[in-house]
Ligand binder design. Structure first.
Ligand code: PMP
Ligand code: GLN
Length: 378
């Protein structure tokens, strides 16, 4: 067989979830809620099926959903996306990301990714024949624009940004977006903006979407996912918003990769979006879980790092162990009973900083059980 991605193993999320299941550990590794979604949303899917929405929708997605997405983006971020021209419904954030990357880069191009970087960016870029160039964040996981500037070459074609950021839990500021706009304009770069955690920002902060910034919006693919927003990661429905030329390029690929995605789910989400309360309440919902989880493990020797958004809490375990991050995450799963994700896997050249990530999108009982296991570290 021709070997694509010869140096790529199985994604860490699959590896750690399997290990957690094998050892009966509390799975705070892979990011997904262990609680259900709103019954009204489930009913809306049943209703859509019963109403006969079971055949192909338009290639770009169900019109009502595209309209609901455009209306929400435009109201929140002051943009003017057109539902027909600029919004495409995707099979989750993952397909939005890979299709956007393939739409804007090709053989020999360089693409800047900010490390630690979510694990699908690097392979998506390589599959496009391009070269991922990892630029580290600062030691406290802030965006380092001097390092980004230093990494730009005449071959740099695009930059992938993720805010709120998985795995660090940091968020980009308005100043970060101004820096990005300046660099992108100066070097004529595309931006692939992964905003799947757009509705999970804490302590009163605002999500800084590329859609808010005219200089960025016109060169950006904004990627988001309903899996995160509505607690349905298995539904795999998301969207990409991009200006006309970028959306046209995106759709040329989208039509021959998935063509379109599950019809009744799209109708259900469109209807559900009529009420803003569920997504407006999401930051408060997860902030309470963050606070409860942090309080519950505060007495352990794990050092809590800042968490400004997402549903991930990163900790420094150096006071407990000098194992590598992967070894520590495996040990924590098999011996302590709590699965975590090592941050080292999110770098091209593995870093060993003694940091692992816990997902707190879990029932209060699950978080309490995990915290109880982690007390054994004290
Ligand atoms: N980007 C980031 C940063 C993510 O954390 C995830 C999911 N964990 C995705 C993209 C993929 O989203 P989806 O599950 O909708 O494909
Ligand atoms: N995005 C999720 C995480 O960061 C997992 C996604 C996946 O399992 N591929 O944990």
């Amino acid at each position: 067989l021709p070997t694509k991605l010869p140096h790529t193993g199985t994604t860490i999320f699959t590896v750690m979830s399997a290990l957690a299941a094998e050892h009966g550990a509390v799975n705070l590794g892979q990011g997904f809620p262990d609680f259900g979604t709103d019954p009204a949303l489930l009913q809306a899917v049943t209703d859509a099926m019963a109403a006969g929405y079971n055949q192909y929708p338009p290639m770009t997605g169900v019109p009502a959903l595209r309209q609901a997405v455009a209306a929400k983006l435009n109201a929140l971020y002051g943009s003017a996306y057109d539902a027909d021209r600029d919004i495409t419904i995707t099979a989750g954030g993952t397909q939005g990301l890979i299709t956007a990357i393939h739409a804007c880069v090709g053989a020999g191009d360089e693409v800047i990714i900010i490390e630690p970087a979510y694990d699908s960016y690097d392979p998506a870029i390589r599959l496009a024949g391009a070269v991922p160039v990892g630029v580290p964040m600062t030691l406290d996981y802030r965006l380092d624009w001097d390092a980004v500037r230093a990494a730009v070459t005449p071959r740099t074609r695009a930059l992938v940004l993720n805010t709120p950021h998985n795995p660090s839990g940091r968020i980009a500021t308005a100043d970060d977006q101004r820096e990005l706009a300046q660099i992108a304009e100066q070097h004529d770069l595309f931006v692939v903006s992964d905003e799947v955690y757009e509705h999970m920002v804490f302590d009163g902060a605002a999500h800084e979407s590329v859609a808010r910034h005219p200089g960025l919006r016109e060169r950006s693919f904004l990627v988001s996912s309903f899996g995160k927003t509505f607690h349905v990661t298995g539904w795999k429905v998301g969207f990409v918003a991009a200006p006309p030329a970028l959306s046209a390029a995106f759709r040329r690929l989208h039509q021959y990769t998935v063509f379109t995605v599950h019809t009744p789910t799209q109708h259900a989400i469109a209807a559900y979006l009529a009420d803003p309360a569920p997504w407006q309440g999401l930051s408060g919902f997860y902030q309470a879980k963050r606070d409860a989880f942090r309080a519950a493990i505060e007495g352990t020797p794990l050092k809590l790092l800042p968490c400004e958004g997402t549903y991930f809490q990163t900790v420094d375990y150096r006071a407990v162990s000098d194992k590598t991050e992967l070894e520590f995450a495996r040990w924590l799963t098999t011996e302590v009973g709590v699965a975590a994700i090592p941050l080292s896997v999110f770098y091209q050249q593995p870093q060993e900083r003694g940091h692992v990530r816990f997902c707190f999108a879990k029932r209060d009982e699950t978080l309490a059980k995990a915290a109880q296991c982690l007390q054994a570290l004290a």
